[in-house]
Design a protein around this ligand. Structure first.
Ligand code: GDP
Length: 465
């Protein structure tokens, strides 16, 4: 046993040294990284578009795509090609299921991108929220096809998605007017203007300022105006950028560098005696050699290396998805919901919060939410039982003003400020302090019941920081 321990210690020491030495010579990938989410009515063309982007940017070749298509057909899931491109497991594919938030990556010369959430079959509103809550930019896909645009807007998901995207905190929206190649559309300027005029009115009503969204005509299916700009023989009236050009030329995304380092841990594992964790940098920066806390518990560790999807880093900024190797911890079984945190500014750990809930849906037999309502609380990677302790006031969603004090209940479509009691303490922050760490969802029997944000963690918790 002693000999084995000695060997393991030597392996760890050598690996640690190698990682430290390698970090000194790291090339930096200075390209910005953006997280995208596709929104829009069912059949607007989100899956097709996502597949086209993956092919056009060289992530999947035509041959592989054809293979995916064949596989999807074998399982009678033709419209779910995209789920095949995302990093889902065989088992999930066979069931036609996708993971909570599937991911796919692509890159251009200017930027690196992650597509969050496979659209595919999960087009209904509550599930779109999980992906959207982590996204920087929303791509709202609209079908220009006769009848389809109208169905998406009148009682469809188009406007609902635009409104929720705003509420969740997505800063920029690119509205792709898709299927412009369709025989009923044929790149008609009149149809495009009719659609954009109507959407302008709706988007303003949802709280979108004109500077925060733009329209682009295109066709995911025929890949027109997706990567390469339109040729005049296809469409002579549009001179703007293609979809990917528009993403590439967006000004650098404003990141949260002031709230202190926060990385919710999604996975942890041990390799050659060294603990690795995976997570997204939500705020602050992290560097090789830095000492950080794993919260809750204040376990002090040192960062040995930072590895992204395509390169390693010396320093990582928010928005980056990375694998971190750690020194100072031997047990890889890190509790889900743990957050890598700055030592000088650790994240709060609390079991009671004040929050605003927006009720999206309710489990079968329930029609209302009252005090004592129970559900499962999901914030970043944390999952806990939760109970509504009291309802404080109903909230006007547009103005955020309090309407009715101490309501007895709230219904679907309403927003309420309330106190929530959690089964165990979680790492969480107030919206004003750190929006990324304040957003959560309430779920029950695989339904998303509510979307929420933390308004207060309480005086005691703040004093303890
Ligand atoms: P999703 O539900 O939004 O993911 O939509 P899909 O990508 O599954 O597409 C729905 C249908 O629209 C499919 O039959 C596609 O072939 C078709 N479609 C998608 N994009 C285009 C396009 O650019 N032009 C045309 N004409 N049809 C499209």
């Amino acid at each position: 046993d002693d000999i084995e321990d000695d060997i393991e210690e030597e392996v760890v020491t050598t690996t640690t040294k190698k990682l430290q030495e390698a970090a000194i010579h790291l090339p930096e990938d200075s390209r910005e990284h953006l997280n995208l989410v596709f929104l829009g009515h069912v059949d607007a063309g989100k899956s097709t578009l996502s597949g086209s982007i993956m092919v056009l940017t060289g992530q999947v070749d035509e041959h592989t795509l054809a293979k995916y298509e064949r596989e999807a057909k074998e399982h009678h899931r033709e419209s779910w090609i995209f789920a095949y491109i995302m990093d889902t497991s065989e088992e999930e594919r066979a069931k036609g299921k996708t993971v909570e938030v599937g991911r796919a990556h692509f890159e251009t010369e200017k930027k690196r991108y992650t597509i969050l959430d496979a659209p595919g079959h999960r087009n209904y509103v509550p599930n779109m929220i999980i992906g959207a809550a982590q996204a920087d930019i929303g791509i709202l896909v609209i079908s220009a096809k006769k009848g389809e645009f109208e169905a998406g807007v009148d009682g469809g998901q188009t406007i609902e998605h635009a409104r929720l995207a705003k509420m969740i905190g997505i800063k920029q929206l690119i509205v792709l007017i898709n299927k412009m190649d369709e025989p009923t559309v044929k790149w008609s300027k009149e149809r495009y203007t009719e659609i954009t005029d109507k959407l302008n009115t709706h988007l303003k009503k949802c709280g979108w300022a004109a500077k925060d969204y733009q329209f682009i005509p295109g066709s995911g299916f025929s890949t027109l105006n997706i990567r390469d700009p339109l040729k005049p023989n296809i469409c002579e009236w549009y001179q703007g950028p293609s979809l990917i050009q528009a993403l590439d030329i967006l000004p650098p995304f404003e990141r949260n560098l002031t709230s202190g380092l926060r990385i919710p841990i999604t996975t942890s594992y041990k390799e050659r005696g060294i603990v690795n964790v995976i997570g997204k940098v939500e705020s602050g920066t992290i560097s090789v050699g830095q000492q950080v806390y794993i919260m809750p518990g204040k376990t002090k560790v040192e960062v040995l290396s930072l590895t992204g999807d395509v390169s390693s880093f010396r320093t990582c900024r928010p928005g980056e998805n990375i694998t971190i190797t750690l020194k100072g911890i031997e047990d890889e079984s890190i509790r889900p919901g743990s957050v890598i945190s700055e030592i000088q500014k650790p994240v709060a750990v609390v079991n009671e919060i004040e929050a605003i809930l927006y009720i999206l849906d309710l489990p079968n037999e329930r029609k209302i939410v009252t005090a004592d309502f129970t559900a499962v609380f999901h914030a970043h990677t944390a999952v806990e039982d939760v109970k509504v302790k009291s309802l404080i006031a109903t909230i006007d969603m547009k103005t955020n003003k309090e309407l009715k004090q101490k309501p007895a209940f709230v219904k679907v479509g309403e927003a309420v400020k309330c106190r929530l009691l959690l089964g165990r303490s979680v790492c969480i922050e107030e919206f004003e302090m750190n929006p990324q760490l304040s957003r959560f969802t309430l779920r029950d029997s695989s339904k998303t019941i509510a979307f929420g944000k933390v308004t207060s963690i309480g005086k005691k918790a703040k004093e303890a920081l």
